[in-house]
Design a protein around this ligand. Structure first.
Ligand SMILES: NC(=O)c1ccc[n+]([C@@H]2O[C@H](COP(=O)([O-])OP(=O)(O)OC[C@H]3O[C@@H](n4cnc5c(N)ncnc54)[C@H](OP(=O)(O)O)[C@@H]3O)[C@@H](O)[C@H]2O)c1
Length: 267
């Protein structure tokens, strides 16, 4: 499959690297369209087929066009892209909050897949949810699902609207995780540890606990109970979390992200 990537930043290149890693695309079959000069310089080490700064007629020669610019750049990109896009091409957008309908309208083009990945895609450990317009043929959808799976795992959603919740949960999720890790490291420092020691204690705790979730035959509540003995230290921490409404605050934050995503998708 020949792929044009428009916007070769963190996510666009995470996708390109994952496709290469699994031999799904040959280097020479990439067209990398990137506006930033700094980034363009770095892209040459990737040795793709073609690197360009502008959306020109050659874009029309690729099977798949990946739109991975920031949402605010979509209108200017679509103004040039609609001039060169050809009927058989499929568009895969990973832009947050830009609906399939908006893409179809602005590009005057029907086969569109909208996906929401997250940054662990850079390590092949991402999770991407996606929806497709009815004009994407099933064999095209399967091929693109294979590509997405090179970045981690994927979920197909019939209802595109649910991508707002996905954005709030797994799209933004890594930032919530880093936020909690950072607060724990800060607490470690406050208790007198060097940052490196606090970071080691917290990061290894997160890693081990993640594996316990997946391997121990216990619910999350039971896993919590197994650490928090009655009248003990963990219980003291959990009581403070409850009193401070941490659980409710986290949920409210995630719902605020969903509301914001749905506002953005209304334009
Ligand atoms: N990062 C995440 O966690 C995440 C998760 C899920 C989805 N997404 C979505 O992924 C998309 C990309 O995010 P990112 O973090 O990879 O952004 P990024 O690193 O800023 O990459 C976007 C790149 O596109 C370039 N660009 C802008 N206009 C262009 C044009 N007309 N032609 C060619 N290139 C152009 C930008 O150049 P300049 O810097 O010069 O503008 C930038 O290098 C966003 O729409 C975001 O919503 C991101």
């Amino acid at each position: 499959m020949k792929i044009a990537i428009i916007g070769c930043g963190n996510m666009g290149m995470a996708f390109a690297r994952a496709f290469l890693k699994f031999d799904l695309v040959k280097k020479e079959d990439f067209l990398l369209v990137e506006k930033s000069e700094d980034r363009t310089e770095k892209l040459s080490s990737f040795q793709p087929g073609v690197i360009t700064g502008v959306i020109g007629p050659q874009v029309g020669e690729y099977d798949l066009i990946i739109l991975s610019v920031k949402p605010q750049d979509f209108l200017s990109v679509s103004a040039s892209l609609r001039e060169v896009i050809t009927e058989k091409q499929v568009v895969l957008s990973i832009m947050a909050g830009i609906t399939i309908e908006m893409i179809q309208k602005n590009l005057n083009h029907k086969p569109v897949i909208r996906a929401m990945p997250n940054t662990p895609a850079m390590l092949g450990m991402g999770i991407t949810a996606y929806s497709a317009s009815p004009e994407v043929e099933i064999n095209q959808l399967r091929k693109i699902e294979n590509l997405i799976n090179a970045t981690g795992r994927s979920v197909f959603l019939e209802d595109e609207e649910q991508l707002n919740a996905v954005t709030a949960l797994s799209g933004s999720g890594p930032a919530y995780f880093f936020y909690v890790v950072k607060a724990m490291i800060d607490a470690g420092k406050q208790m007198g540890f060097e940052e490196s020691v606090a970071a080691l204690l917290v990061k290894q705790t997160m890693l081990g606990s993640y594996h316990l979730i997946n391997t121990a035959d216990k619910s999350l509540d039971d896993l919590i109970k197994a650490v928090a003995s009655k009248g003990g230290t963990t219980e003291a921490a959990l009581r403070q979390f409850e009193d401070g409404g941490l659980d409710e605050t986290l949920k409210a934050g995630i719902i605020a992200a969903q509301v914001r995503s749905s506002e953005l998708s209304k334009g």
